[in-house]
Design a protein around this ligand. Structure first.
Ligand code: UDX
Length: 453
């Protein structure tokens, strides 16, 4: 056991739990990772990482001696007083978050004056209050509660853990909140009582529980709004001849706006944005408040996924019998996560329109296959585009950015390329003989012939 660092328990070994566990182990804590899935725990014990997250396998291996994997929650309770909760909170059919896994953890806690639950899972505002009441009713009033939302991005989660923008700790001002702040101190800048320099390490926001819960939901809802906003601007750009890349560049230089999250495309997906936007909308609705803006954010995102169909029909006419290749399936690059991926809607719409769909994704194929019935899977991008009437770039993996577009054109039967992420060089595509369609961009003109006059 580390001499100075506090041992912790982490309940739930998904993306958030595993990255949090490995991250705190890297900072020197002994970490007991608990999961009800015995198969997952057995795999982790064998050194297998059940998800694809760059750098995570290495971090787990490096800190293996500090990590214990078990299905037995009492091991965590014996060794640690801080128990981080990182179980799933998927949306229910009503759009509310399903808190059954969270409540199972709460119910499994014993009466104790020396333990605390630290909530990492994204939960509706007010969950902390409810859990504290449940603890009281179950005679476990001494159990402490802290909200410490995660802001990890899939694909860069390890780096995000080790270099957070901010750490939000919502608590009742007791020992548990202090202990969580102490755990994060190596990652906080000195202005916030941390051990690092003033910048660029994270800032600490120590607040009440409800505000911490709201920071998480509001941040994700704002980012999703930014994406739907730029997607609508892109759609208007298409009507007016403006180029959304130029527009976003010009907007982003205003430091009140900032350049990030202004990439137009075929909509956001993933485990967080769609779920959190809906959860916040629902949460507001449950209190009688109609969150109008978020309705539009969701609707724009749904329509955006379908815009590709219109672009294909513009060039191909009917899609019946056409072969369409999808490059990328995951909801974004560097992850195998297919949750709410735009590719799911797109493939289904294409099949419904009578097209044959073939796809390639460098990492997510195994996860995607059972979700995409009737889609042919190719082992590499050129095999995917071979014989295709049109190609759609769905996920901007680096290997697609690096594709030789002349080779793509030669392999295809047709010549339509829809760049759903504005990730490819439109002029190079046109030079290769492709009909290129970006998102919110005028069609690139062929490069003028060189004049020697
Ligand atoms: C997000 C939040 O960023 C993170 O803080 C939170 O903890 C979990 O949710 P993540 O879901 O991993 O993280 O993905 P992110 O990188 O934020 O991208 C989400 C989606 O938005 C992707 O589908 C991406 O393609 C899309 N996106 C992002 C755009 O369409 N345009 C952009 O400019 C940025």
């Amino acid at each position: 056991m580390s001499a100075e660092r506090e041992p912790i328990g982490v309940i739930g070994t998904g993306y958030v739990g595993l990255v949090t566990a490995a991250g705190f182990a890297e900072l020197g804590s002994d970490v007991v990772c608990v999961d009800i899935d015995a198969e997952k725990i057995a795999r982790l014990e064998r050194g297998e990482i059940p998800i694809y997250e760059p750098g995570l396998k290495e971090l787990v291996e490096k800190n293996r001696s500090r990590l214990t994997f078990t299905t037995d929650i009492s091991v965590a309770l014996e060794r640690a007083r801080l128990l981080f909760v990182a179980v799933g909170t998927p949306p229910t059919y009503s759009g509310d978050a399903d808190l059954s896994a969270v409540h199972a953890v709460v119910g499994a806690m014993p009466a104790s004056d020396s333990h605390a639950l630290i909530m990492k899972s994204t939960v509706p505002v007010g969950t902390g209050k409810v859990i504290k009441r449940v603890f009281e009713e179950q005679g476990k009033g001494g159990f402490r509660y802290v909200s410490c939302p995660e802001f990890l991005k899939e694909g860069t989660a390890v780096a995000d853990f080790l270099r957070p923008d901010r750490v939000v700790v919502g608590d009742d001002g007791d020992w548990a909140g202090d202990a969580v702040v102490d755990l994060y101190r190596p990652l906080l800048n000195s202005e916030h009582g941390g051990q690092g320099p003033a910048a660029p390490l994270g800032a600490l926001v120590r607040t009440d529980i409800a505000s911490a819960e709201m920071v998480k939901l509001a941040s994700n809802a704002f980012l999703a709004t930014k994406i739907s906003f730029i997607n609508e601007i892109a759609n208007v750009c298409e009507e007016t001849g403006a180029d959304v890349l130029e527009v976003a560049k010009g907007m982003g230089l205003d430091e009140r706006i900032g350049p990030k999250f202004l990439k137009a495309g075929i909509g956001f997906g993933g485990s967080c944005f769609p779920k959190d936007v809906t959860a916040l909308k629902q949460l507001a609705g449950n209190t009688g408040y109609h969150f109008q803006l978020l309705n539009a954010v969701v609707e724009v995102n749904e329509l955006q996924k379908r815009r590709v169909i219109g672009k294909l029909e513009k060039h191909l006419g009917t899609l019946v019998g056409k072969r369409i290749a999808l490059l990328g399936l995951a909801f974004k690059p560097n992850t195998d996560d297919m949750r709410e991926a735009s590719s799911l809607v797109l493939a289904a719409r294409l099949q419904a329109a009578g097209a044959t769909v073939v796809a390639h994704d460098p990492i997510s194929a195994d996860v995607a296959r059972p979700m995409l019935r009737g889609v042919d899977f190719a082992d590499d991008p050129i095999s995917a585009v071979r014989g295709a009437d049109a190609v759609v770039l769905v996920t901007e993996w680096q290997e697609f950015r690096d594709l030789d577009l002349v080779q793509v054109r030669e392999a295809m039967a047709g010549d339509v390329l829809v760049d759903g992420r504005n990730a490819l060089d439109g002029e190079a595509a046109v030079a290769a003989g492709l009909r290129y369609e970006g998102m919110g961009r005028p069609a690139p003109q062929p490069a003028p012939a060189k004049s020697h006059a």
